[in-house]
Design a protein around this ligand. Structure first.
Ligand code: ZN
Ligand code: ZN
Length: 259
């Protein structure tokens, strides 16, 4: 049995925006650039596991800042890969609930993510591990909620549907079964799924479309567009009073985005 040196252990426990960027090959530190993908994903998942055990507010602060800083570069990294699941997909998936991701996937740079991931899953020759299937189908189902499944072309759809049906049957009791079923629901236009999908979409998009002080307004009282937070460009308000009121909580997740 081998034990980690205290210094290495400290390195794993210290999860920061910079350490996550390093594991994704996005930092300027050159020593971080020649690492094999399998090692990257293992180190990244180790750090994400630590984050998951922290209070939601603490982990979200890191996810939000990471997304604000790194989404375009992370998306480029994902494009350069040929696999469906890799460290870049893992990181995109864990920040997919942030307002920055919601805004990014609406932009040209991220608008084809659902069809790109669907195509990679459809055309992969071998099945990955059941955990990885669960993770990639989870991300695909989120993307289908946000972007719809209509952008998946017929050839990809014809390969993807039987694959998802097979996973759904084979992995009962695992995340892979539930998440492949959600993807199938989107691809086949299942009514129950459409209903559920609409409410999840509204919830995910709420920070960009509704006043951040929870007054539920989608327009200002004079019917003009909501005011946007000039710093993060991802929070909106019905007016200055509600912007001021929400600042105490919003400031923890307000970062100037690089996109
Ligand atoms: Zn802001
Ligand atoms: Zn308001």
């Amino acid at each position: 049995m081998s034990f980690l040196q205290p210094q290495a252990l400290q390195g794993i426990l210290n999860v920061t925006v910079e350490s996550l960027a390093g594991h994704c090959g996005l930092s300027n530190d050159q020593s971080n650039h020649d690492i094999e993908d399998s090692i990257r994903v293992a180190r990244l998942k180790q750090q994400l596991g630590i984050l998951q055990s922290r209070p939601r507010a603490a982990s979200d602060k890191i996810y939000y800042e990471f997304a604000a800083n790194h989404l375009p570069a992370l998306m480029n990294t994902y494009r350069q890969k040929s696999t469906a699941a890799n460290f870049a997909m893992t990181m995109l998936n864990v920040v997919s609930h942030t307002a920055y991701f919601i805004r990014f996937q609406r932009s040209v740079a991220g608008s084809d993510l659902a069809s790109l991931l669907a195509s990679r899953i459809a055309n992969a020759e071998a099945d990955p591990d059941v955990e990885v299937i669960g993770e990639m189908c989870q991300f695909l189902s989120t993307l289908f909620v946000l972007q719809g499944a209509t952008s998946v072309n017929e050839a990809d759809r014809a390969k993807l549907v039987p694959k998802l049906r097979r996973w759904n049957r084979a992995y009962t009791g695992y995340l892979a079964s539930d998440t492949s079923e959600r993807c199938l629901g989107a691809l086949t236009g299942d009514f129950m799924f459409q209903q559920m999908s609409r409410s999840i979409k509204t919830m995910l998009e709420q920070p960009l479309d509704q006043c951040g002080a929870n007054c539920n307004r989608r327009v200002r009282s004079n019917a003009s567009e909501l005011l946007q937070c000039s710093r993060c460009k991802t929070a909106v308000y019905c007016g200055v009073p509600h912007q001021k009121q929400a600042w105490a909580t919003h400031k923890a997740l307000c970062f100037p985005p690089t996109f």
